[in-house]
Write a protein that binds this ligand. Sequence first.
Ligand SMILES: Nc1ncnc2c1ncn2[C@@H]1O[C@H](COP(=O)(O)OP(=O)(O)OP(=O)(O)O)[C@@H](O)[C@H]1O
Ligand SMILES: [Mg+2]
Length: 237
Amino acid sequence: MKRIVVLNPKGGSGKTTLATNLASLFAARGHKTALMDYDNQGSSTYWVNQRGAERPLIQIISAYKHPISVTRNYFLRVAPDTQYLIIDTPAALDFSAFQRTLREATAIVIPVLPSDVDIHAVANCIGQLMTLAKIGREERRIAVVANRVRKHTLGYQRLVFFLNSLQIPFITTLRDTQNYINATAQGIGIFEMAPNRVQDDLIAWQPLIEWLHAREEIDKSTQSLTPLAVNAAPQRG
Ligand SMILES: Nc1ncnc2c1ncn2[C@@H]1O[C@H](COP(=O)(O)OP(=O)(O)OP(=O)(O)O)[C@@H](O)[C@H]1O
Ligand SMILES: [Mg+2]
């Protein structure tokens, strides 16, 4: 099972948008997909609940809930043979508590908005991933995606300059478009919309899809050396 964690402790950077669109992508391609929602706003959970029954199934695990009738591990279990687990995290994420989830991730994707405040926050976030979660740059498991971008603005130019200086893969730029907002309202992703309406967005996602695929290949080749704990449910606290 491939695990993709979407994080940025800064609120509103596009974590849920990326997580739900990734889930939509893999489900639409026929992969057995689960989405784990750690944010007590429940946005990913809401999104799945909006999905029509005719859509490819996405298992939702509302990890922010704490039912007392079952054990935590039972509550967080992923359906057998799940191929992709997408993990949507809350703002102000506690990296230490998420250490295990982060260590087991095939990929960690960080969406970042083009503003000075967000640039500052993402620099902190990457620093914390390295110090608190002990993820090294050389592992190349972390990637950054610029989100809600209007190209040709000063903010975007500053963001690109900053991201290129990070030595962390800066994968792609997603534009600011109603397509994501419209998709969210229907419980779908852009991969399930009429392609002619989202052509530019599909092109923008391609580098991220390719990077994730490359990550999977690296994981496959190293798995025999460091097997992932497939049954280990992400834990908090
Ligand atoms: N590329 C985009 N174009 C237009 N709107 C976007 C884009 N990305 C995100 N949004 C909108 O911005 C808002 C915040 O996005 P989102 O909920 O994905 O962020 P988040 O990081 O999950 O927020 P939170 O930290 O509160 O969980 C949402 O209303 C979403 O629809
Ligand atoms: Mg969110």
